[in-house]
Design a protein around this ligand. Sequence first.
Ligand code: FE2
Ligand code: FE2
Length: 405
Amino acid sequence: MATEMALVKPISKFGTSSPIFSNSRYGKFTTVRMSSTSQSTAKAAAKGGKKAAKTAIKETLLTPRFYTTDFDEMEALFNTEINKNLNQSEFEALLQEFKTDYNQTHFVRNKEFKEAADKIDGPLRQIFVEFLERSCTAEFSGFLLYKELGRRLKKTNPVVAEIFSLMSRDEARHAGFLNKGLSDFNLALDLGFLTKARKYTFFKPKFIFYATYLSEKIGYWRYITIYRHLKENPEYQCYPIFKYFENWCQDENRHGDFFSALLKAQPQFLNDWKAKLWSRFFCLSVYVTMYLNDCQRTAFYEGIGLDTKEFDMHVIIETNRTTARIFPAVLDVENPEFKRRLDKMVEINEQLLAVGETSDIPLVKNLKRIPLIAALASELLATYLMPPIESGSVDFAEFEPQLVY
Ligand SMILES: [Fe+2]
Ligand SMILES: [Fe+2]
């Protein structure tokens, strides 16, 4: 998985509003734990090693989520006796592709990493760490979900189960590589602790399919766009992890294609009016979450020479075009009204954040938030209600092994 999703739920990979790692490059090695309650932070601190200082990261609506689902329903969906739409030969072809393991030897570090990290200083250093931490959490969230699906579907549909297990292999690799990146900054995410302490968001299987498909495809477009930009503008190549994005994003693309195949095997999730409403809803949720997240961290994107809003709009438009091949309806993101509304949401979100930073008592803060939340909700609704684009196709040819550049 490559992106977080929030709002309703999923997306983004880079970003949070939080505090984060206060230690500097000269500080001690620090283990970072994300916790949902202060109690769990305290417990974590009590259990931790002597050397590691722990820092809790504030959870917000926009932090990467962990997902869980109804595994019994998943089993029924992938039971070939019940679901005659399952095209087993197609899944077997996909499995062969995953078994090929194109990136088996791709994620190998070198000494450039640490040297580059030592040169990143000032505010960019902190924002870099935040990027690594959020990306690692998002990848790790994919690992957990896919691993569990691989385990639970083993009896019902061993082929689909094995693909999930191989995707969890990919996500573990991605998360591990990002966590190694954190070690260049003398930090590490405690993934074992994260697994236990994080709150899990429950999604019915149908919603897992929509959300995860989008998450993988948007992750692909984010990685490839950053990769291409830095290839053309090497003066912004300040940390070598971006050089790995070209092959890395192909993993995300394959994961997305697998979810596309899964959705086609469940036509009831694609072919009625409810499917159209949900498709638009998930597109909105994913795009808005990414846009708001990224606009809170323009320093990161500017630090690598990107214009945050331009970058995001490019990613949204490309993801939406890809998604239109499978979802029965998508948003009209190329209509200028869409971006106007996103920018309005960014303004409201900034005002909301500003309220949080005042010295007012909580009651006053909450009173000040009410009209802003209402304004944000009304923008979201208006964006959702913009005339959509009818889409979708039943062309399975796109699932042939392919590389997208
Ligand atoms: Fe990934
Ligand atoms: Fe992925």
